[in-house]
Design a protein around this ligand. Structure first.
Ligand code: GLN
Length: 317
């Protein structure tokens, strides 16, 4: 009886959040520096919550695929740590940057070592590690298969229009990669890592699929359906720590302050958020705040955390 009440309560919370977000007049600004993202309507809002018992709870546009963009950095970081473990940390740091996701300023002072794996520079290094000298096509296929496996969903795809649109306009990312190459922190064939990076950012998932893909992060690194250890409990804890400290760039402090759980945002308006041991959550609303994080997505997670008491800073966990 208690379980049923709790679950009904969660569905009621999600539909109240959806109603509030559907009616919100201030929806933020859709990213337009990647031309094909500019076409998405700011009216969308979706949310999906998967509990540790496997039950799925959704509201709004939870089944509409969107471009996950920087949320993909969590999955490639997992792959890089799987492959190379602690060696990764000689090429990328673990400190919040306090600057914009696409900033270049720290790289000069810090010898071409990006602050963390979630700013663009750090994620491009991680893509270089995942590529590991292979053909970009093969590595793109590996990332796609990995995300499908995590989500238990073979229907997940990469939107090639988005990837090409970003490749044609991503001059800043090209600059970041070449700048790091000048410090010897990239394979000289930077085009390969960039190709992988643009394609992983173009992964297209719905909130339901993204919350499914994030389940291992609430589950000590183990795939809840197959029982396979995707990554160790220690590394899972570290990925969650990085998400909390760096997952929202120069808005990470504000996100921890308001929401209080690990989260990773993307300029497509998606956020993956993890309540360790309890829930994997995905929200999506394309309008962004000044820091490039989903405006209504953040509000929705704040409402959800308030209503459920979910927080890594609360003893109820
Ligand atoms: N593909 C985007 C970029 O590199 C990802 C940025 C993001 O989602 N914050 O600019």
């Amino acid at each position: 009886v208690e379980v049923v009440e709790r679950v009904n309560r969660l569905d009621a919370i999600l539909s109240a959040i959806n109603a509030e977000m559907a009616a919100a007049p201030e929806r933020g600004t859709v990213a337009d520096y990647i031309p094909s993202l500019a076409k998405v309507s700011p009216d969308h809002f979706g949310i999906a919550v998967i509990l540790a018992d496997g039950s799925i709870h959704t509201a709004g546009d939870a089944d509409t695929p969107f471009s996950i963009q920087s949320v993909s950095k969590v999955f490639t970081l997992t792959m890089a740590l799987q492959k190379h473990g602690d060696e990764l940390w000689s090429r990328v740091g673990r400190e919040p940057s306090g600057s914009a996701f696409n900033s270049i300023v720290q790289l000069e002072n810090e010898g071409g070592i990006p602050r963390n794996p979630f700013i663009n520079a750090g994620a491009i290094v991680v893509s270089d590690v995942v590529l590991d000298g292979a053909e970009p096509r093969a590595a793109i296929g590996d990332v796609l298969r990995f995300v499908r496996m995590l989500a238990s969903d073979e229907a997940i795809t990469i939107d090639n229009d988005v990837a090409n649109s970003e490749a044609a306009t991503g001059f800043r990312n090209v600059a970041l990669a070449n700048y790091m190459k000048s410090f010897g922190n990239m394979d000289p064939y930077v085009e390969g890592a960039l190709k992988l990076y643009f394609h992983q950012c173009a992964l297209s998932l719905s909130c339901r699929q993204l919350a499914m893909a994030g389940r291992y992060l609430m589950n000590d690194g183990t795939h809840p359906q197959t029982g396979e250890a995707i990554i160790s409990p220690l590394l899972t804890r570290r990925i969650n720590a990085l998400m909390l400290m760096c997952g929202h760039y120069d808005g990470s402090g504000e996100f921890a302050f308001r929401v209080g759980i690990p989260g990773k945002s993307g300029v497509g308006g998606g956020i993956l958020a993890i309540v360790p041991g309890r829930a994997s959550i995905a929200v999506w609303s394309p309008g962004l705040n000044a820091r490039g994080n989903s405006k209504l997505g953040t509000h929705a997670l704040e409402r959800l955390a308030d209503a459920t008491g979910w927080s890594v800073f609360m003893p109820t966990l």
